[in-house]
Design a protein around this ligand. Structure first.
Ligand code: BG6
Length: 460
């Protein structure tokens, strides 16, 4: 018997700047991602998978895959280039949303996924309070234009990773103080946008989309447990407590104090946070974290999923019980997904949807046009098994959208690191013909969706 409800949203994810390309077409303003120097030996984001020009063909493939939902992001720079509403940008997303609906695929948009308009970046980005108003205005344009067809809006993708991996994601390191002031402005912007949405009675639900990872203590030492609690508060609950309860987490505040990074929070900000909260929680999960008590050394992580340490509170450790991915050695931990889903549900009692989960790996296109990505199937299958158990535990889970629907450019490791069910024929520096090929994981996921879950092992 399947554990998944009949209307469970089996989906897949992408983000605008990683998949669309057409970086300077349709009246678009460049975003920070379009203009920053690419990381060593990786492509820029100018063409990506050229989804902007191939979206109908891609949606036909999503339909064949059987997707019930498509989680994508809207490029702020297409909708409001240089601060003005752009009809061409609105038309592009109207066409995309309508094409999805015609194919019975639920559109689940993210408002902002790492691609701040360059103009705003140059005037201080999220450190400038004015960006809050720009964001809210942009959201209102989205709700007014697409709100009649959207049931689930996500506000900001992985705000916590924008904070902890600011170097990997924007190319620029900042001080903790700057990072957490920017973070505070994002929290207020998100709350205001949720308020506008609720007040406008657009009829759907809205929530945040952070990256949440459970944190294990390295040993049974009480100090390691405390370290795990601190990291959990700092990495996870700081963001969700603000979005769901409208408050700052007290242990996260303790860390911010020690980093001299407590943001300026006005009385009005507190009111806004408190009065405008989330209806559901979308979260991304790739791996768990493991920590021990701090050894007094402060070191930053290198990318959005890797661990990091905070002097006096916690130190990231290797978990010797887990295999790791080939790229960046992220721990592979399906049980951690069950733990994480339970922790979130325990704390907030809101419906959950997983908006990213997946394995980035090099794929080989054979001469016959096939891609044998059994490693990806194995990753996804073991994670879905744990979702079934989480549902058994009582977690209210209404969707699962693995990363990614189609190959796209990784945030900092280029096109070589592929995640898709659909292969896109290009490399980092050769655009080839951008032809689409179905991977083995495509056919596997198709049957998962058809069966509304994994088939019992004995029937396979
Ligand atoms: C998440 C992001 O951090 O992880 C995605 O929301 C990203 O944008 C994904 O692509 C995988 O990370 P990476 O670095 O392998 O692309």
């Amino acid at each position: 018997m399947t554990k998944f409800t009949n209307d469970f949203l089996w989906g897949a994810s992408t983000s605008a700047y990683q998949v669309e390309g057409a970086w300077n077409e349709g009246g678009k303003e460049p975003s920070v991602q379009d203009v920053r120097t690419p990381f060593t030996n990786t492509s820029d984001f100018k063409v990506a998978s050229d989804h902007f020009h191939h979206f109908k063909e891609d949606i036909a493939l999503f339909k064949e895959l059987g997707l019930k939902a498509y989680r994508f992001s809207i490029a702020w720079t297409r909708i409001m280039p240089y601060g003005k509403v752009n009809r061409e940008g609105i038309k592009f997303y109207n066409d995309l949303i309508n094409e999805l609906i015609e194919n019975n695929i639920e559109p689940i948009p993210t408002v902002f996924h790492f691609d701040l308009p360059m103009r705003l970046h140059e005037s201080g980005g999220w450190n400038n309070r004015k960006t809050i108003d720009e964001f809210v205005e942009y959201c209102k344009v989205l709700f007014d234009n697409f709100g009649d067809r959207i049931r689930f809006w996500q506000t900001i993708n992985e705000q916590n990773m924008l904070v902890f991996a600011s170097k990997a994601l924007s190319g620029k390191p900042k001080t903790w103080k700057e990072v957490f002031q920017a973070n505070h402005h994002m929290l207020v912007a998100q709350a205001k946008a949720m308020g506008v949405y609720h007040k406008g009675k657009y009829g759907g639900k809205i929530g945040p989309a952070p990256n949440i990872a459970c944190v294990y203590p390295k040993t049974e030492k009480p100090e390691d447990m405390l370290a795990a609690e601190y990291m959990t508060s700092f990495r996870n609950w700081l963001f969700l407590d603000a979005a769901v309860y409208g408050v700052y987490n007290h242990k996260a505040m303790r860390i911010l104090k020690s980093l001299n990074a407590i943001p300026e929070i006005t009385k009005e900000d507190r009111k806004i946070l408190k009065e405008n909260t989330a209806d559901f929680i979308a979260f991304n999960y790739y791996n768990s974290m493991t920590v021990s008590a701090s050894n007094g050394k402060d070191q930053q992580g290198v990318d959005q999923q890797s661990g990091f340490s905070i002097k006096g509170f916690f130190r990231s450790e290797k978990n010797n019980h887990l295999r790791t991915t080939e790229f960046s050695e992220w721990p592979i931990d399906p049980v951690g997904l069950r733990v994480t889903a339970n922790q979130i549900y325990d704390r907030y009692h809101l419906p959950l949807i997983i908006t990213e989960n997946g394995l980035g790996q090099e794929d080989i296109l054979t001469e016959e046009g096939t891609i044998h990505d059994d490693y990806r199937i194995n990753y996804l299958e073991t994670h879905i098994e744990q979702l079934e158990l989480a549902i058994d535990d009582g977690v209210e889970l209404f969707g699962y959208c693995p990363w990614s629907a189609i190959d796209l450019i990784s945030t900092h490791e280029g096109f070589r690191k592929r995640y898709g069910f659909v292969y896109v024929n290009r490399t980092d520096f050769d655009l080839k013909d951008l032809k689409r090929y179905k991977k083995d994981s495509f056919y596997w996921y198709q049957s998962v969706i058809e069966n509304n879950g994994l088939q019992a092992k004995e029937n396979k």
